[in-house]
Design a protein around this ligand. Structure first.
Ligand code: SAM
Ligand code: SF4
Length: 499
């Protein structure tokens, strides 16, 4: 049933899109998703020669962004053995750029009101079964207290529907509220140190306001880069129907001074090979116009949502095998970028994904509005956007990673000391960022272990942190004594020391 729109909300919607903040980034009136060129590259690079693939992998290992043809060749590889070589290379690249670190975060849903009608989403305006809600400042504080004080997160992704009740002023005030929460823990205190945002495309002026409020990464997924599919899934008359307003929001973010931007595709809406090429084109265009590619790439797969039939009979559903392939190719094509896999996926898939490219994941996730502070009740399905595949706690996820040699980093130093955008890209490409990250990973992991870990986790994690300290001593001797001094201070209850 179509739900009619309040005239005041309609008036707000009519003012959202600024055409001049789209047209200025286009070239000769065309956007950067040249579908015939993508299709032609995919068709022209069938059955690639193994020697050519080896050359492409060398380029990825040198942390250089690939071309459309090179990426098409990788996507067209058929031989299983060659895919294994590609996955090994993806892991080598990840180790080179990000070492054995894992970054964790939690999603925080602030509101489920939405003026859009995306066919695949439980929050779409015509889903009359969805229980709508927007968190009050007190509720935002309660959610944050649990995330920062009980679970131990340091990073959040704040998620908003598109609605005047959760407009940019609401976003600014909730970001400030989140940063303001400081909770006592076992040996120190817990606090959110980086608030990233996943929200609708905004104007340059609105994005500047978010930047001033202390935004970390601004994340918007294009959902699908295929124009006709996009139009079909985002009904006319909604704001989201404007493909170009969305396509160029990261360009506007750059102009607003937000240089950590996160792009993504909702895989399962259109052909996955085409979408990987779309992500690459997005990264290339940002590099060309601003000298900075995406800080992160996300690749959620479509999940069933409440009262939604779309995902059940979908010809573009991505199999597990193809999902692993697309993760591998994204790592190879845009080698410097952070790659996020979420709790939409099962624990097993997340483990695999980390072994060929992923760097970040969420844990202890609740995707209902207000779901952290309140008991998880039967109603959950009705107020969340879709369903999760992995509901393990942060501690379980950290222990699992530690058992496999990964250290969880809660470092948020980068954006607070100017290591963002082009600066961080250059550091990542050269491998130099790694040294700061390694030191900060040790310090923040120590904090988390002392404040939140139970005995079984500590027994796995302590040998790991000792190993990291030994590695710093041998690989970064110039920082070792300073690190040990900070480490002792952290053990004595000081918090938030970083390089
Ligand atoms: N409303 C904003 C927007 O659409 O950009 C941001 C919030 S929206 C809740 C965040 C993301 O959730 C969307 O960009 C989409 O990729 C993803 N999403 C929506 N429905 C989904 C589903 N059924 N399964 C998996 N992801 C979904
Ligand atoms: Fe609204 Fe975003 Fe869901 Fe679309 S995906 S209905 S814009 S919350």
């Amino acid at each position: 049933m179509e739900i009619s729109m309040d005239p005041k909300i309609q008036a707000w919607m009519n003012e959202r899109i600024k055409e001049d903040q789209v047209a200025k980034y286009m070239r000769n009136g065309r956007d950067f998703i040249d579908e015939p060129a993508i299709e032609a590259a995919l068709a022209a690079n069938k059955n690639p020669d193994p020697k050519r693939i080896a050359g492409i992998l060398e380029k990825s290992l040198a942390i250089q962004t690939l071309t459309l043809d090179e990426t098409a060749a990788l996507l067209n590889v058929q031989d299983r053995g060659q895919w294994e070589v590609m996955q090994d290379t993806a892991l080598r690249i990840k180790k080179k750029v990000y070492d054995n670190r894992v970054v964790t975060f939690a999603p925080l849903y602030l509101g489920s009101l939405c003026v859009n009608n995306c066919l695949y989403c439980g929050f779409r305006k015509d889903n009359e079964r969805s229980t709508r809600r927007v968190l009050s400042p007190e509720e935002v504080r309660s959610e944050t207290k649990i995330l920062a004080g009980t679970i131990g997160h340091k990073r959040l992704i704040a998620v908003y529907g598109e609605h005047p009740a959760t407009d940019v002023d609401y976003m600014v005030s909730t970001i400030k509220t989140i940063y303001g929460v400081k909770e006592k823990t076992r040996h120190g205190w817990g606090q959110i140190r980086r608030v990233n945002v996943n929200a609708a495309p905004m104007s340059i002026e609105e994005l500047s306001a978010l930047k001033n409020a202390g935004l970390g990464t601004y994340q918007v997924f294009q959902e699908t880069y295929h124009h006709a599919t996009y139009q079909r899934l985002h009904p006319a008359g909604t704001i989201k129907a404007h493909y170009l307003w969305r396509l160029y929001c990261m360009h506007r973010a750059q102009e607003a001074g937000i240089d950590d931007v996160g792009i993504g595709v909702l895989f399962g809406l259109y052909d996955w090979r085409f979408e990987v090429m779309g992500l690459l084109r997005h990264a290339q265009d940002l590099e060309e116009q601003f000298g900075i590619g995406p800080h992160t790439i996300s690749f959620p797969r479509l999940e069933p949502a409440d009262n939604m039939s779309y995902s059940h009979d979908n010809p573009y559903k991505v199999s597990d095998d193809d999902f692993k392939k697309l993760i591998t190719v994204i790592r190879l094509a845009v080698p410097y970028t952070g790659m996020i896999i979420t709790a939409r996926e099962t624990a097993r898939m997340r483990q695999d994904a980390f072994s060929f490219g992923c760097t970040q994941t969420d844990a202890s996730s609740r995707i209902g509005v207000g779901a952290y502070a309140e008991e998880y009740e039967q109603q959950q399905g009705r107020r969340q956007q879709f369903f999760l595949g992995d509901t393990r706690s942060l501690e379980e996820v950290i222990r699992d990673f530690a058992e496999r040699g990964y250290i969880t980093s809660f470092c948020t130093a980068g954006y607070r000391c100017g290591r963002t955008g082009k600066c961080i890209m250059d550091l990542l490409r050269s491998g130099a960022e790694g040294k700061f990250c390694k030191l900060n990973a040790v310090l923040t992991f120590r904090e988390w272990l002392d404040d939140f870990a139970g005995e079984p986790t500590r027994s796995v994690a302590e040998p790991l942190i000792e190993k990291e300290l030994r590695e710093v001593k041998s690989r970064l001797p110039e920082f070792y004594s300073q690190l040990v001094a900070y480490y002792e201070r952290v053990k004595n209850g000081e918090r938030d020391l970083f390089f």
